[in-house]
Design a protein. Structure first.
Lengths: 144, 93
């Protein structure tokens, strides 16, 4: 169970960024810092949005950045950067985005549990609101 | 009639499509509709047989011109209400 949860070291609150690229960078850096992925992976996540558009914005204010499993991934992980102020990703319906998740997967199904857990949380509007209002990493961790 | 095949699509078939798949499966269970829901990536989606494709607006617009499969656009993958409404429209309308 705990394995599927977002680790404390992968959460950041009050993150200040100017645009969507730095938002993904900030969220991805949390995974780089713990060596779950290499910095190449973060570049790939940004490239993917440049190529396919802001489809990673899956709900109001919520983005899930990721790239495909590759050598740049060392472990399955999810990070969450909560932005101090939301930034536009170019997704009319759901901008601005202030919750930026990044995830990495070592294979095509090894991360399923993680995503399942995450979708459960995201379906719960009240929980999402609580996360949004959280000021500290501990608060977010408790909610998750 | 054979079981419905529904593909949820995102860039790599791993992230957002997986979230949509899980939420769509939940909705279909509530509506008592039997279906195989699976994920796909935008590159191979047009050549994968399915009865319906569920995806985002951005990818949906891209896909509609490449495939004859009906494309259902979901604005929020985490809004069960929206997913349910669109599923009802198609499967019970």
């Amino acid at each position: 169970m705990t394995e599927d949860k977002i680790k404390k070291e992968h959460i950041a609150t009050g993150v200040k960024v100017a645009d969507w690229e730095s938002a993904i960078q900030a969220s991805g850096d949390l995974l780089v810092k713990s060596e779950a992925v290499t910095s190449d992976y973060v570049k790939q996540m940004i490239e993917s949005v440049n190529k396919n558009g802001p489809y990673i914005v899956i709900g109001p204010g919520i983005a899930i950045a990721h790239a495909r499993p590759s050598e740049a991934v060392r472990e399955n992980a999810i990070s969450l950067a909560i932005l101090e102020k939301g930034v536009p990703f170019g997704n009319e319906q759901n901008d601005p985005v202030d919750l930026v998740f990044s995830f990495s997967a070592t294979g095509s199904d090894s991360h399923l549990k993680m995503i399942e857990e995450l979708s459960r949380i995201l379906l719960d509007e009240e929980k999402v609101e609580q996360i949004r209002k959280s000021k500290t990493v501990d608060e977010v961790y408790q909610i998750l | 009639m054979s079981k419905l095949k529904i593909m949820t699509v995102c860039g790599f078939g791993l992230g957002s499509s997986m979230v949509l798949k899980m939420n769509l499966e939940g909705v279909l269970r509530e509506l008592k509709i039997e279906a195989d829901v699976f994920t796909g990536d935008v590159g191979s989606a047009q050549s994968t047989p399915a009865d319906y494709i569920f995806t985002s607006k951005e990818l949906g617009e891209k896909l509609s011109s490449q495939t004859k499969t009906p494309v259902v656009i979901i604005h929020s993958f985490v809004n069960k209400g929206e997913i349910k409404e669109k599923a009802e429209e198609i499967f019970q309308g």
